[in-house]
Write a protein that binds this ligand. Structure first.
Ligand code: ADP
Length: 455
């Protein structure tokens, strides 16, 4: 890998060490300079005050500039400053540097003094409360004061920072490498497992170590694998079931057609009707499979709107009443006195109620009764479909919502059922955030309840 994780981590650690050296040196220099400048200014101001006092005393002794003129050069050279004295009219009385120049001529000291001219201070000169002139003081070569302890201290700080940084750098590279290796080995493990899943081997699991983010990722991936494994099994089962379901009607149609061709059977009305019945069965199966696909995540978009269950139940039963009458089954609808509103997709609810009513009709003998009632509790409301039919045995009841499950295969096939009707009911109810329950007593009847969230 060109820019592997371990390379990136090592580089980051090294960059961090270099950053530490740079920042420590920069901050310590800044702090040192700031403190030193403050100290320097205070010291210079104190010195200036003493120079002014001396000059005032010198002037005061004879109330003339004579002594001041004579002593300025001496005071200037002993204090390391250029002192310029002006009288009240701004005429130059004395300049300590000019005196020195006269005596020594320009030399290295003069050059250095000029290069390192400090700040210029200006003060009025008072003698016994009378303003006699102005004094300008410039500190020369004061940067030289940063010698001694301050410089040693600054150098020590720089060296310590450099040393710390270098040690960090030396430690960071192997430490970063080791950390990176540990992390990458775990990532490599995850990648290897994910690759196996890519090949369809969902039984492989990630080895979860510790309780950090990678461990959480491993657990999440394992959960995902379990779901994928389950889905893969279901898909295999479903494909098997579908081909089985398709084979029976297809074989029947083929047999009839071959018999017609061989002249063994006449294509009379009865036989053609039998073929038609099988093709209807195929059509129902295909429609049911489409309905199941629509309810899956990513299938048809849901349109949940408030729906009044009383009106809805009334409308739908009227549509199905002729089928029930044909079989001499009575249908009763029990509505609530007040409106019951639920969040539902009407198309799905039509299908749910249709499937439940058709089942009730299929599994109820002539003369029986179907009751459709609207119920309402705290968070949910719904419709119950109860019949007085053959009922479902206890061992079958928990499975009736599974795809292609038939409690009584021979009877169910005879009535045209494929075992998908209730799976559709359940998946559609769940798609609308609801659920379905089933209660039954053999030979007495069954009750299916569809619960939907109240609007
Ligand atoms: P089918 O298309 O075979 O009816 P369903 O998924 O609708 O498939 O139902 C699954 C099984 O549950 C049926 O085969 C039947 O045995 C049983 N069943 C469903 N509804 C009823 C009912 N109202 N009374 C008795 N048995 C029922």
């Amino acid at each position: 890998m060109k820019n592997s994780l371990s390379k990136k981590i090592t580089m980051t650690m090294a960059a961090l060490a270099v950053g530490v050296i740079f920042l420590t040196t920069a901050f310590s220099s800044l702090a040192l300079n700031w403190n030193f400048n403050r100290y320097l200014q205070k010291a210079q101001e104190q010195q200036n005050r003493r120079i002014i006092e001396t000059l005032a005393e010198l002037y005061g002794e004879a109330t003339s500039w004579m002594a001041v003129r004579r002593s300025t050069m001496y005071v200037g050279s002993t204090t390391g400053t250029q002192i310029q004295v002006f009288d009240r009219d701004g005429r130059v009385i004395a300049d300590s540097l000019q005196g020195m120049m006269r005596m020594q001529g320009p030399g290295i000291r003069w050059e250095r003094a000029q290069q390192q001219r400090g700040r210029l201070y200006e003060y009025p000169l008072y003698v016994e409360n009378h303003l006699v002139g102005t004094v300008k003081i410039t500190h020369l070569g004061q940067q030289g004061l940063l010698t001694g302890e301050a410089i040693i201290f600054q150098r020590t700080v720089r060296q310590t920072a450099l040393l710390t940084g270098l040690t960090l750098l030396i430690l960071a590279i192997p430490a970063g490498n080791a950390l990176a290796r540990r992390l990458t080995s775990r990532f490599t493990g995850l990648t290897a497992v994910a690759e196996k899943w890519g090949q369809g081997r969902f039984d492989t699991r990630v080895k979860v170590e510790g309780d950090d983010e990678l461990a959480v990722l491993g657990e999440t991936m394992n959960r995902m694998a379990s779901r994928l494994e389950e889905q893969s099994k279901l898909r295999r089962k479903l494909t098997g079931d579908i081909s089985h379901e398709l084979r029976t009607p297809l074989t029947t149609v083929q047999s009839y057609l071959e018999a017609f061709l061989d002249g063994v059977m006449e294509p009379d009305e009865k036989n053609v009707r039998a073929i038609l019945e099988e093709s209807h069965r195929l059509e129902r199966l295909v429609n049911d499979l489409q309905a199941l696909t629509d309810t899956e995540p990513g299938g048809k978009a849901l349109r949940l709107v408030p729906l009044e269950l009383g009106d809805f139940a009334g409308r739908e039963t009227e549509r199905l009443r002729p089928i029930l009458l044909q079989k001499n089954i009575s249908l009763q609808v029990e509505r609530k006195s007040s409106p019951v509103l639920v969040q539902a997709d009407e198309t799905l609810l039509v299908r749910i109620l249709g499937n439940l009513l058709i089942n009730a009709c299929k599994y109820t003998q002539a003369g029986g009764q179907i009751t459709l009632s609207v119920f309402c509790d705290k968070d949910y409301a719904g419709i119950a479909v109860a019949d007085t039919g053959i009922g479902i045995a206890v061992e079958h009841l928990p499975h009736v919502f599974e795809r292609f499950y038939r409690a009584d295969p021979s009877r169910s096939r005879a009535t045209g059922g494929s075992g998908i009707g209730l799976a559709i009911v359940q998946e559609m109810a769940e798609a609308m955030d609801g659920y379905v329950t089933a209660e039954s007593e053999p030979e007495k009847g069954s009750t299916f309840r569809v619960y939907l969230k109240k609007a």
